[in-house]
Design a protein around this ligand. Structure first.
Ligand code: ZN
Length: 457
């Protein structure tokens, strides 16, 4: 059997992966809070852990892997969105959940075996909080229930490499007066009448964010399971708090044995942020005509523990490669199994870049059947996400040449009327016009209508 090695955040080492039960390999990944469209960065852990899921299924058998990813459908961001829009919370979360599944489906992500929603597990969360209070790891104060980090001081912070004393000393945020230690975190909080709430031993209220993953993973995977994943922005405090809750409520278990964290995503070399104007959703890209398979391919070219830089250039190149590979494998049956070199690359801490290098080699060798089986192990060249590559490629080169020539003439004559006329016509046809020193590029937008190009130029 293939030996999988994974970098374990907890030990900071690449370790041989030994499942607790090879007949039931269990993985939990933190899912989205459903109040808005997933941005491109949200999609990275989905694709990364989808590849790990596929690899585990390949090595242990599809029926021997259980993958859980939750939906956070109770959260103050959701409450705020409902207040802003005047829409019912249930409507917002149901709509956003479906958006997420649709968008991630377009990226070729398999649906996990279980997708629990937090609001379905309130009873289990309350039960876990009661156990934590009983064992002296949590306390009630001012209608809240808080986890007492001092009750687990030696262990708290180990995943992210912090100590309770250092964190307490460094706590500068305004601390709620009812907290015994500034690092204590909320397990339960009171709800006013206008907010979602459930009856509990501590009055009507709602859970803090962290407790849901502890309660749902225990319910669906048990007190000990194999892999816990998520973005590295979740390592502290969210994962640290999950460990504290789970290990204190269920000391008979170990919670997760292997912790995997993916690095963040950038856009054109910069952090994605609303203030920099480079913030976009997966849906925005799909609407712009960037196929989900192209997004997936670009993601997988970078190792999950390195920052991933999304660039338009990479997307264009990926589209070219995928078109070529799809043409090469059209009408071909996949080989019985993926190429060993591709499996080995993935088994080496998900070396997706190495696996893609092997795909290039298979393509260069003309091994279409091997390429197809191997690419499908990475969730590429599958039928489900292939519709975009059918039909002839739109060729705008004659229009680009026409505009470039008009621009060159205008630079001489200083008369830009013809350039302006062409630009207006292309914009009216739904094309984005990009003119730089390097040349002219016409990019179809969501409103593109090829019929409107007739007679232009
Ligand atoms: Zn979580």
């Amino acid at each position: 059997m293939t030996t999988i090695k994974l970098h374990n955040t907890r030990t900071r080492k690449k370790e041989e992966f030994v499942p607790i039960d090879p007949k039931n390999v269990r993985m939990y990944v933190c899912g989205p809070t459903v109040y808005d469209r997933a941005h491109l960065g949200n999609a990275r852990p989905v694709v990364v852990f989808d590849v790990l899921y596929r690899l585990l299924r390949e090595v242990y058998g599809a029926e021997h892997v259980t993958y859980v990813r939750n939906f956070t459908d109770v959260d103050d961001k959701i409450n705020a969105r409902a207040a802003e829009t005047g829409r019912p919370i249930g409507e917002i979360t149901a709509e956003t959940t479906q958006w997420f599944l649709d968008d991630m489906g377009q990226l070729g992500a398999l649906e996990p075996d279980h997708m629990p929603r937090a609001t379905q597990y309130i009873g289990q969360m309350i039960a876990m909080i009661e156990v934590l209070i009983e064992k002296g790891h949590a306390y009630e104060a001012d209608g809240h229930v808080l986890f007492a980090v001092d009750s687990w001081k030696e262990e708290y912070g180990k995943l992210s490499g912090r100590s309770v004393d250092d964190m307490t000393a460094g706590a500068r945020v305004e601390v709620a007066p009812y907290k015994k230690n500034p690092m204590d975190f909320v397990l339960w909080k009171p709800s006013t009448d206008d907010l979602p709430g459930w009856d509990s031993p501590w009055g009507r209220g709602r859970p803090g964010w962290h407790i849901e993953c502890s309660a749902m993973s225990y319910e669906l995977l048990g007190a000990s399971f194999d892999i816990h994943g998520g973005g590295n922005d979740l390592m502290f405090p969210h994962h640290e708090n999950e460990i504290a809750q789970s290990c204190c409520a269920h000391p008979e278990g170990r919670f997760a044995n292997y912790w995997l964290h993916n690095e963040m995503l950038q856009v054109e070399g910069r952090k994605m942020s609303k203030s920099l104007g480079n913030f976009f959703t997966v849906h925005d890209l799909l609407e712009k005509g960037v196929p989900g398979e192209v997004i997936r391919f670009v993601f997988l070219q970078t190792h999950y523990r390195k920052p991933m830089d999304w660039t338009e250039k990479k997307a264009r190149e990926a589209e070219g490669v995928l078109r070529k590979w799809r043409a090469l494998t059209a009408g071909i049956e996949p080989a019985a199994s993926a190429a060993p070199a591709v499996v080995d690359a993935l088994a080496d801490d998900l070396n997706t870049a190495g696996a893609i290098a092997e795909l290039h080699r298979l393509a260069a060798d003309g091994d279409a059947a091997g390429l197809l089986a191997s690419a499908q192990l990475l969730g590429l060249l599958t039928e489900e996400i292939g519709a975009w590559a059918e039909g002839p490629k739109l060729d705008l080169s004659s229009h680009e040449a026409r505009l470039a020539a008009a621009r060159a003439e205008a630079m001489e004559s200083k008369d830009f009327a013809e350039v302006d006329r062409l630009k207006a016509a292309y914009l009216a046809a739904g094309l984005e016009v990009r003119m730089s020193k390097a040349g002219v590029e016409l990019v179809p937008g969501p409103e593109f209508d090829a019929a409107k190009l007739e007679g232009v130029g």
